[in-house]
Design a protein around this ligand. Structure first.
Ligand code: ATP
Ligand code: MG
Ligand code: MG
Ligand code: MG
Length: 478
């Protein structure tokens, strides 16, 4: 049977007779006012039940999360808070929900920690409904941006045979039996007898493969699942996340920074225009949360203000060397949030350092560039100083790094020397080196963790709360 989405009813310009709505009960007050949500929009529609002509048995079944079908007239509401409501003519409970057993009691404001254990049900709350709609629109915006700008979408492999980039963070893929796998003469597992005839892993990045495609198609991007066996429990790392990786031939590092900044601004604007209700809800939610915090820890800016700020201001571009000088001369602050500031040139920045630069020093998103070669990957373009590479990280408030990118080393001999220095077997990368053998050119690209972007846009603070089913150490329940 045809039914209408709550979103369309709430956007109606006039009363409508005989509409049907299907959804789930949020609340039922005074045996009369039923709030129904169907996931199409953050708001509920109010249905006014004719309790005198409805069996008491049915009224009792209108418990939180029960599935219902309602037929009635959409009329202008007498009450405050909504323009339209439904005057119910027919009401059917499609699926009961035991009020005693239903784990999410909205009245008690369940904590995010508690909801993480109920990942299959938490999407029934306003906050998670909003986050997931924003996530969906954002992922569409990603494709929209690249397609509008002439990029080709490339699906790089999820199972990979090269482990040059993995550095101990890879999940092995094998079809060998756990019990008594074949062994070599030395007694180690013999992967030559495995499905692919060699060791294989889940991808940690599609970049190397994307580079080979960029060197023929010009501008490409990937947007797919990415896996890293992160053994730390942080609020910005997942073991399974989605990464966006554009790669562009003939672009140097400056053009790469321009692309990243333009892309981020585009998708934020896109989602602000299309998810105004959800973002407004998340903005209020965050404001409520801020009020609970001690003054010193409050961020000072609301979510919508923060998003607007990003749209209207240029990201600060700062060299790594300059950043280290700033960190070295800064005093640890009183509330100890940013206490590890003394750093020597050459050290990798921790998220505390990144957040200090963004939140305290520049008060703006920051693009750090020209990192020491020693702390960056082998494929990055070496500068003439011989010790820094054309790398950039984009740092955002509340998160730190959201983008890592670089201009790639296009010179075959320099790349080969680097690979040798790191003890990587050149034979592993023969296909990658071919791009430098046949028509090499300057090219660059970046990786942006999609969930870190969703974190920023929704104002959430833990990455586990912006993906439907988070994968973290000791956590793959579903
Ligand atoms: P970090 O320093 O936070 O560990 P990284 O430098 O290891 O990140 P890159 O290899 O540069 O990450 O990957 C590119 C982008 O992918 C990062 O800037 C980040 O947005 C995202 N990313 C990396 N690891 C994760 C993860 N475990 N979970 C979610 N996003 C991630
Ligand atoms: Mg990492
Ligand atoms: Mg990093
Ligand atoms: Mg990085």
């Amino acid at each position: 049977m045809k039914h209408t989405k709550v979103k369309d009813l709430l956007n109606s310009t006039k009363p409508v007779d005989d509409v049907t709505v299907k959804g789930w009960v949020r609340t039922f007050r005074n045996n009369q006012f039923l709030a129904i949500n169907d996931g199409s929009v953050i708001h509920n529609i109010q249905a006014v039940v004719d309790f005198e002509n409805t069996p008491a048995e049915t009224l009792k079944r209108l418990t939180p999360s029960a599935a219902v079908s309602i037929k009635g007239n959409l009329v202008e509401s007498q009450g405050a808070g909504q323009k339209f409501e439904i005057q119910v003519k027919e009401l059917e409970v499609l699926g009961d929900s035991d009020a005693e057993e239903y784990p999410i009691q909205l009245k008690n404001r369940p904590s995010l920690e508690f909801l993480r254990e109920k990942a299959h049900l938490r999407v029934r709350t306003n906050a998670f409904g909003a986050i997931m709609r924003v996530r969906s629109v954002l992922s569409f915006a990603v494709h929209q941006y690249f397609q509008e700008n002439g990029f080709v979408y490339v699906n790089t492999p999820i199972i990979t045979g090269s482990d040059a980039e993995g550095a101990g963070e890879m999940f092995r893929v094998t079809s060998l039996p756990a019990q008594n796998p074949p062994v070599t003469q030395e007694g180690t597992v013999n992967y030559e007898e495995d499905f692919f005839g060699k060791e294989t892993n889940l991808t940690v990045s599609g970049q190397l493969e994307a580079e080979t495609y960029a060197m023929a198609l010009g501008q490409v991007y990937t947007f797919g699942p990415t896996f890293r066996a992160e053994n730390s429990n942080t609020s910005r790392h997942l073991a399974e996340f989605w990464m966006i990786e554009p790669e562009v031939a003939f672009n140097d590092l400056d053009a790469n920074m321009d692309l990243a900044e333009d892309f981020i601004k585009y998708v934020i604007k896109y989602v602000m225009e299309r998810c105004a209700d959800d973002l407004e809800f998340l903005d209020k939610r965050l404001a409520d949360e801020e009020k609970q915090k001690p003054q010193a820890e409050r961020s000072g800016m609301g979510l919508l203000e923060k998003l607007q700020f990003v749209l209207e201001n240029n990201f600060k571009r700062v060299s790594y060397t300059e950043a280290i000088d700033i960190l070295k001369s800064s005093k640890p602050n009183k509330n100890k949030k940013f206490q590890y500031l003394i750093e020597e040139w050459g050290a990798d920045l921790q998220s505390e350092h990144e957040r200090f630069l963004v939140e305290k020093h520049f008060k703006s998103p920051v693009i750090l560039f020209d990192y020491p070669a020693k702390i960056k990957a082998f494929y990055m373009r070496l500068n003439d100083d011989g010790k820094t590479v054309r790398a950039m990280d984009i740092l955002f408030p509340g998160i730190g790094e959201i983008v890592g990118g670089s201009q790639r080393e296009e010179r075959l001999d320099v790349l080969q020397q680097k690979i040798a220095e790191l003890g990587i077997d050149e034979k592993e990368l023969w296909w990658y080196l071919d791009t430098r053998r046949f028509g090499t050119a300057v090219h660059s690209g970046f990786g942006l963790g999609f969930e870190r972007l969703v974190l920023f846009v929704t104002g959430m603070t833990n990455i586990r709360d912006v993906i439907p089913f988070p994968r973290t150490p000791q956590n793959a329940e579903f």
